[in-house]
Write a protein that binds this ligand. Structure first.
Ligand code: PGA
Length: 249
């Protein structure tokens, strides 16, 4: 049985004060949630988040990391720093990193490898644009994004990783994929892994992301290959995020 996993991607939002309030709300409401829960704050707040979540069942992760170990890379955050802040997870290949910051499949694969080398679990984000979906090449695109990592790191790397399917057209748009649309791609992803190793594929948690809210979470999570969610906007509100976590529990 795969334990459902809900992660909040706060993106570039929040302040010391708003984060304190949000985490207070999450800590108060988390009892009874059986799904695994994590939050991914902006890196500059990771130390404070770690402190406030000490003793909480909620874990934390970074939104990005450098593929380089250390040195003259102004503005970047190394894998060792992510580890030093006790991050359990790190997002890799989020579509905003791919589209706004030009991260290609090869770079994403290197970041995935750099995280694993530090013992930080990557959440590998994949997904097609609206244009790609309309052209009918969703599986080609997602397959290519997965293969770049599989070729570099091998199937066993996914024993300890998570995949997040996030159709780009559903992110922050209010246009959620239907449960059926999401399930189709999740099943394709699991099948792709199964062609390498059935046991790894069976154990792999595949989150759905893209306009998940309290109101639509349960029907998405009811699908057999959807193992929780990666939540953007709705993770900034404690009650809304908790209702998603409960839907996964
Ligand atoms: P959204 O973002 O929930 O605001 O659509 C999801 C994500 O980008 O991870």
């Amino acid at each position: 049985m795969r334990r459902p996993f809900v992660a909040g991607n706060w993106k570039m939002n929040g302040s010391k004060a708003s984060i304190r309030e949000l985490l207070d709300g999450l800590n108060q409401g988390i009892a009874g949630v059986t799904a695994e829960v994590a939050v991914c704050p902006p890196s500059i707040y990771l130390a404070e988040v770690a402190e406030q979540l000490d003793g909480s069942p909620i874990s934390w992760g970074a939104q990005n990391l450098s593929q380089e170990a250390s040195g003259a890379f102004t503005g970047e955050i190394s894998p060792a720093m992510v580890k030093d802040l006790a991050c359990t997870y790190v997002l890799v290949g989020h579509s905003e990193r791919r589209s706004i910051y030009g991260e290609d499949d090869a770079l994403v694969a290197k970041k995935f490898a750099a995280a694993r080398a530090m013992g930080v679990k990557p959440i590998l984000c994949v997904g097609e644009t609206l244009e790609e979906r309309e052209k009918g090449v969703t599986e080609d695109v997602v397959g290519r994004q997965l293969d770049a990592v599989l070729e570099l790191e091998g199937i066993s790397a996914f024993n300890d990783a998570v995949v997040a399917y996030e159709p780009v057209w559903a992110i922050g748009t209010g246009m959620t994929a239907s449960p059926e649309q999401a399930q189709d791609v999740h099943a394709f992803i699991r099948q792709r892994f199964a062609s390498h190793d059935a046991a790894v594929a069976e154990g792999l948690r595949i989150q759905y992301g893209g306009s998940v809210k309290g109101a639509n979470a349960a029907e998405l999570f009811a699908k057999p290959d959807i193992d929780g969610g990666l939540i953007g906007g709705a993770s900034l509100d404690a009650d809304e995020f908790l209702s998603i976590c409960r839907a996964a529990s």
